[in-house]
Design a protein around this ligand. Structure first.
Ligand SMILES: [Zn+2]
Length: 368
């Protein structure tokens, strides 16, 4: 008979010794590498690795890149938008980001509607440029793109049908609902700030048949000002205290750069530094979603004087942190498990299908 673990034993969803997680998912909409580079440099200086989405191909309006002559005439620094991987300079930029440890994800094949055939080509092209297929796919605006699930992406009779391709890709898919009836939590201009619980499930995922989806909640325009107003020091302190997850969805192209200095706004840099100084897991979007997925298969079971960790999943799970507010210790094979900085006891590796029994030590050894 399985009993629930006493309430003072808790399993952290994050790899020990981290207490919470933060990452950014950057939307490619109006991006251009020359304006994005200073922002990514700032993130890298602070140790943040994030997820940057990219369009593989030019939008219809770009006339296969001939739009460049207009941009050069207007303003070579501020005019270019939605520059895709097809562009030589942009392709190099995203390769550099990947080499620096960031995740590159796909923001649909192009800024305008893409057929099923174009999506197949986009996956192949993405892989040829980055050396691996994308692990995350973020829908662009359903108002704009017929390939969105909410438009024709989930309609098997349409040339824009892609649900099956997205499922076969095994990508994490961010489904966007923004037309009439779309729930407010699904608006493009919002952020995921999950205090507790996993960032999965949701009406639109089951509605469209997306196998590996994620949703966000929160509110506000997805730009630098919203980051400052929502991710206050108080909100971040609460996130840390609650062991929460923040996947900040934003356009690093909007309001992150000071147009005068062409560097990241000072208050934004300061706020990011405030995050980076905490015991925070700074990983890419897919690394975080994969961890939550794996931890959904890890269970903590207890009885009189013992505790069991069970991994019913198909993959090994690393660095599992178990915490007891009562500060009690755990013994495995006669050896006390190591306590991390904050007293969390760490199981370094729980193999796929493994069950591990631990004795709860009668006397308190602690854990500082
Ligand atoms: Zn978009």
């Amino acid at each position: 008979m399985i009993s629930k673990a006493p309430s003072d034993w808790t399993l952290s969803p994050f790899p020990a010794p981290y207490r919470f997680a933060f990452s950014i998912i950057h939307d490619a909409d109006s991006g251009y590498s020359r304006r994005l580079r200073p922002v990514f440099s700032c993130l890298e200086d602070l140790g943040l690795r994030v997820t940057a989405t990219a369009f593989p191909f030019w939008a219809d309006w770009a006339d296969e890149g001939r739009i460049w002559s207009e941009w050069m005439e207007a303003d070579p620094y501020f005019a270019p938008v939605a520059v895709p991987l097809e562009d030589d300079e942009e392709r190099l930029f995203f390769q550099e980001l990947a080499a620096a440890g960031h995740e590159i994800a796909m923001h649909t094949p192009s800024e305008t509607s893409s057929t099923r055939e174009q999506l197949i080509k986009a996956f192949a092209y993405f892989e040829s440029v980055l050396g691996a297929p994308p692990r995350m796919y973020v829908e662009h605006s359903p108002r704009n793109n017929l390939d969105a699930q909410q438009r024709e992406g989930a309609d098997p009779t349409s040339r824009y049908y892609n649900t099956d391709l997205l499922n076969e890709s095994r990508c994490w898919v961010w489904v966007l609902d923004e037309l009439d009836g779309g729930r407010p939590t699904d608006k493009e201009a919002t952020n995921l700030l999950v205090q507790e619980g996993a960032p999965f499930s949701g009406q639109s995922l089951s509605l469209y048949g997306i196998a590996r989806g994620f949703l966000r909640n929160g509110s506000g325009e997805a730009n630098g000002d919203t980051f400052l107003s929502q991710y206050t020091e108080e909100a971040l302190d609460a996130l840390e205290a609650d062991g929460g997850l923040a996947l900040l969805y934003t356009h690093l192209n909007y309001g992150w750069l000071d147009p005068e200095t062409r560097k990241v706004r000072r208050e934004i840099r300061d706020r990011l530094a405030y995050i980076a100084e905490k015991p925070v897991w700074l990983a890419t979007g897919t690394e975080i979603l994969d961890r939550f997925d794996a931890m959904r298969c890890v269970h903590l079971i207890s009885g009189e004087g013992w505790l069991k960790l069970v991994n019913v999943g198909a993959g090994d799970v690393m660095s599992i942190g178990i915490r007891s507010d009562a500060g009690r210790g755990l013994i495995e094979h006669g050896k006390k498990l190591p306590a991390g900085e904050d007293g969390t006891l760490v199981v370094e590796r729980l193999a796929a299908g493994e069950t591990r029994t631990m004795l709860i030590e009668a006397e308190e050894f602690i854990a500082r």
